[in-house]
Ligand binder design. Sequence first.
Ligand SMILES: Cc1ncc(COP(=O)(O)O)c(C=O)c1O
Length: 410
Amino acid sequence: MNTQEVIQAESQYILQTYGRAPVVFTQGKGLKLVDADGNEYLDFTSGIAVTALGHSDEEWATAVAAQAHQLTHISNLYHSEPQVRLAQKLVESSFADKVYFCNSGAEANEAAIKFARKYARKEIGDQRLEIGDGLTISNLQSPIAKTKIVAFSGGFHGRTVGALSVTYKEQYRAPFAPLMPDVMFAPFNDLEGARAVIDAQTCAVIVEPVQGEGGVNPATPDFLKGLRQLCDQSGALLIFDEVQCGLGRTGKLWAYQNYSVRPDIMTLAKPLAGGLPMGATLMTQKVADALKPGDHGSTFAAGPLVCTAANVVFDRVNRPEFLEKVRFHGSYLQHRLQTLESDKVTAVRGLGLLVGVELNVPAAPLIAAARERGLILIGAGENVLRFAPALVVDKAEIDTAVDILAQCLE
Ligand SMILES: Cc1ncc(COP(=O)(O)O)c(C=O)c1O
């Protein structure tokens, strides 16, 4: 099929929920992508912060191919070694005691929401036992509602109904109302705004330490520290959505490590298996204690194939010299972008290799112009260009990308 035939067939057969660029990629290596007409591109999106090791990484591809020849899927009715090896690494490298595996970011947040609701229900039950008045009333009929979830302006947590309910953008939510009840939004990076809505009825607060889709906005340390305190005071769980900013993207293994604030639950997905679908919800033991067999599950989650892929990604990213390079290249990228002389650029911000360039013009025409010159970028909202290259990007590739952007801004 040639490019036009693929594009035509897509519009005929595939539900039109995406605004796709008119390009058909057929190959990738490192940060290089090749389209069906043989044109080469420099990929500064890594498939929306997914292919952390770059496209077709040799070690990753060899391990995946070998595992595919050995065993791909068995379901979670049985044990498998790649899964427990990965779980051990995630737990031992983070605040968490237990991990639940799934297949995407939205699913990881769905699990987080369910776990928070169940935890709150158990806690209220325990309190009622302690005060001695709850023995005859089941928790399900409890008059003490602790079901509220607080989320933030600009936050993005996924497209399934639960995750969508805590996603801020009205245009994503409104067509599908009514969504999950008991959600309140507070202004991002505004502790007083958060204080006004986090109370004894709140079972969880969900926040991205660095907002991705919402415009590449890092949280301030005071904001995350303040949320931790508010959660502790109100008995709510603090959920960090690190689906986009986790696993090395910010130059630390976990984004929360930049802030010295630990969550109760953390969700992961995009880079976890280096391009294969995988999500994870990490939690402390007190949260895990509220869950029992049958409470949640997934057919596909964490099969031997994706876990083998994820073990390769984790082992490569979780090295001091790898993370040091991410920090170095992230600073270099931010520095090069900050020195762009254009009256269209109003701000450059980010953490590590998640960097946003805010414009006073729409981002879409610039993204198209960059693509025509061989640079693949994505937006984050209407007027922010998002740079999320593979974590293995080098200085020369950053120079090329920024030079192409400079030409597009002329
Ligand atoms: C912070 C964050 N959470 C959740 C999601 C949803 O992930 P997925 O598309 O894998 O469902 C995304 C996707 O962009 C995200 O950036």
